[in-house]
Ligand binder design. Structure first.
Ligand SMILES: C[S@@+](CC[C@H](N)C(=O)[O-])C[C@H]1O[C@@H](n2cnc3c(N)ncnc32)[C@H](O)[C@@H]1O
Length: 199
């Protein structure tokens, strides 16, 4: 479906919440959240986007587009925004909600192939909504390898609702980690802004 805009109406806030709840009840940890990120959490996640410069922005686990919407509004008009989401219903809602995004319905573990197919070898910012700690070691390795293989090291902004639990997890994986707390979210949490994937 990538970029096949179907001109359907974006979901209302209520429809979006119901879709999340339904998916969470059905898939649990694969979705990892009962609701989309709040505006405050989405804005914090987009904190490394620079409106003054064209950038390549990559979003992993974009859901219905809570963060994608904020990214599209915050970025330079010539920036490129590629959003990967595995669930086809979420991806459809995302595609309708954010026409500026190139929506890829796929598995973030195939990141290297997804980037190669689009001729992308440089990314400035990765917005990571994936439930990273609950992925298998092999899944995490594939995503980390794809990011480590990029021409320059991007900022990876990882959403979390369990900040204290995963502090060490990210510090082991990245050379630089800065935590930005966000209290205005259904579950208070924050964003780890990380750079430099450790080998
Ligand atoms: C916690 S939700 C976050 C959604 C959105 N970024 C937000 O902040 O509202 C996690 C999302 O990651 C997606 N996801 C989980 N594993 C994935 C994978 N391997 N590849 C792509 N998307 C995945 C889920 O379908 C879900 O939409």
């Amino acid at each position: 479906m990538p970029n096949a805009k179907v001109n359907a109406k974006p979901l209302t806030r209520r429809q979006e919440r119901l879709l999340y709840l339904r998916k969470w009840l059905r898939h649990g940890r694969r979705i990892a959240s009962v609701a989309p990120s709040s505006r405050a959490l989405s804005e914090a996640t987009c904190g490394r986007i620079d409106a003054r410069t064209p950038q390549t922005i990559l979003e992993l686990g974009a859901g219905t587009g809570a963060v994608t919407r904020v990214a599209a509004a915050a970025m330079h008009p010539d920036s490129r925004l590629v959003a990967i989401e595995r669930d086809p219903d979420f991806a459809r809602a995302l595609d309708n909600a954010v026409p500026r995004a190139e929506v890829v319905v796929g598995d973030a573990c195939d990141l290297a192939a997804i980037l190669q197919a689009r001729g992308i070898d440089h990314v400035d910012v990765v917005l990571n909504g994936l439930p990273t700690p609950s992925l298998t070691v092999e899944q995490r390795r594939r995503i980390a390898d794809a990011i480590a293989g990029l021409a320059d090291q991007p900022w990876v902004s990882q959403i979390t609702v369990m900040p204290w639990v995963y502090q060490g997890f990210y510090r082991c994986r990245f050379e630089e980690v800065r935590f930005q707390p966000v209290f205005r979210n259904l579950r208070p949490g924050g964003v780890y802004h990380c750079r430099g994937v450790r080998p």
